[in-house]
Write a protein that binds this ligand. Structure first.
Ligand SMILES: [Mn+2]
Length: 419
């Protein structure tokens, strides 16, 4: 063994100290840089909201904070499931009850329809891609949550209507001669929350009065077509009295779309300047009433003037249809009307009882087997037959579903108009 000179040993020791010190310095530098750049958070986590305030900037301060939290909550829906696709409907507790009560004396009817609707979805959706059924509402109701859980659906409570209420109270939303018409629009604006469900790649929004059905033997197949295409932010069909119909939508939820909708709601609406009072133009589309036989005196919210490019007076312009159109057609310019009504029907066969004359509003027993109503009554029979009805025992479903609603239904409804 060769003896080392003392000096050499000392030199090596200095080298070791240098290496250790350099390494330690590098570690400290890295930790420092990471802390400065990412706030000490794990880099794989989403950026904190403060890093992207632009999304909600321009709305009042109280709402900004509330809507940032809202966006986070909506984004978390579905994270505990494997589902990349969600079928979503909405009900508005307070307004819904009041609205339905005035029409049929049935305060709980929408809960019964919802149960039938979920049954209908479960029957007609096929494919191997896992999906969730989600119901968005505006007030937490433990009984409803329990009922939905038993049906296999997720309840999501949103606060987006506070933006609408705030703007309405401040006089920034110009709409409606009758308060009942405003209730109709206010309630359907809750759909904005659906665009914030970013935990899903694709959301299929369906009105409560849209039931899936089978057309030419075809079911709704989540392995194919519109369900697997995620490049477009919105696929919708044009309406009969509006540039875009809101009853059935294929949505790729994004935080940007949700934030813009909140912003436009906060800025308000006028017939002259549209949502956000931006003076955006409406596309060229004809028509003035939602269906040919609609009684515009009784149902003015289903009627508008002839559509003009410079006025927001089409059906539901001050409600969800106008807002969704403004957001995607004018704001994000990413609205693709790729799906014609026929294409949507083909890939997601359905029936829409829009307007008045919905199956649960028509007493006539002989109409239960009518092809136009069959889908609803079959679903309702399954609700009753599978014991799900037990969950609804404190509601007035049975009475409601047999209740007469004959007030001009036969001559002034979408049943007559057909589609
Ligand atoms: Mn509808």
């Amino acid at each position: 063994m060769v003896a080392r000179p003392a000096g050499m040993k000392r030199n090596k020791s200095r080298l070791e100290v240098f290496i250790v010190a350099s390494f330690a310095f590098a570690v400290v530098l890295l930790v420092f840089a990471r802390t400065m750049l990412w706030g000490g958070e794990d880099a794989t986590k989403p950026l904190p909201l403060a890093s992207r305030p632009f999304l909600f900037s321009g709305i009042n301060d109280t709402l900004t904070g509330a809507m940032e939290r809202e966006a986070d909550q909506l984004a978390s829906v579905g994270l505990s499931t494997n589902a990349r696709v969600a079928f979503v409907s909405v009900i508005v507790a307070e307004e819904g009850k009041t609205y339905w009560k005035s029409r049929s004396g049935a305060s709980d009817m929408h809960l019964c329809v919802l149960a039938a609707k979920i049954e209908n979805l479960r029957k007609h959706i096929v494919g191997r891609v896992p999906y969730d059924i989600v119901v968005v509402t505006d007030r937490h109701d433990p009984a409803l949550e329990t009922q939905l859980a038993a049906l296999g659906a997720i309840l999501v409570v949103t606060d987006v209507l506070s933006v609408v209420d705030d703007s309405r109270a401040a006089g920034r939303i110009e709409c409606c001669d009758r308060s009942s018409d405003w209730k109709f629009f206010r309630a359907n604006l809750i759909k904005v929350a659906v665009f914030g469900l970013t935990g899903y790649d694709k959301v299929v929004y369906l009105d409560l009065d849209v039931f899936l059905t089978r057309i030419n033997g075809r079911e709704t197949d989540v392995d194919q077509g519109l369900y697997q295409k995620t490049e477009e932010q919105l696929v919708a069909a044009s309406g009969s009295a509006a540039p875009m119909a809101g009853g059935q939508l294929f949505i790729r939820p994004t935080r940007a779309a949700f934030a813009l909708m909140v912003k436009l709601m906060n800025e308000g609406f006028s017939k002259a300047r549209g949502w956000g009072n931006r003076g955006w133009l409406v596309g060229e589309a004809g028509g003035s009433v939602a269906w040919p036989t609609v009684d515009c005196e009784r149902l003015p919210h289903y009627c508008g003037d002839e559509m003009r490019r410079d006025e927001w007076v089409f059906f539901d312009a001050a409600g969800d249809q106008g807002l969704i159109y403004a957001t995607f057609h004018n704001g994000l310019e990413s609205y693709k009307e790729e799906a014609s009504y026929d294409t949507m029907k083909k890939e997601c066969p359905s029936i829409h009882w829009y307007g008045v004359g919905k199956p649960w509003e028509v007493e006539m027993e002989e109409w239960h087997d009518h092809p136009k109503f069959k889908e609803f009554w079959e679903a309702w029979e399954r609700v009753e037959g599978e014991g799900v009805g037990e969950l609804l025992k404190d509601t007035k479903c049975a009475a409601i579903l047999n209740k007469t609603y004959t007030d001009k239904v036969a001559t002034s409804s979408s049943i007559v108009a057909g589609r």
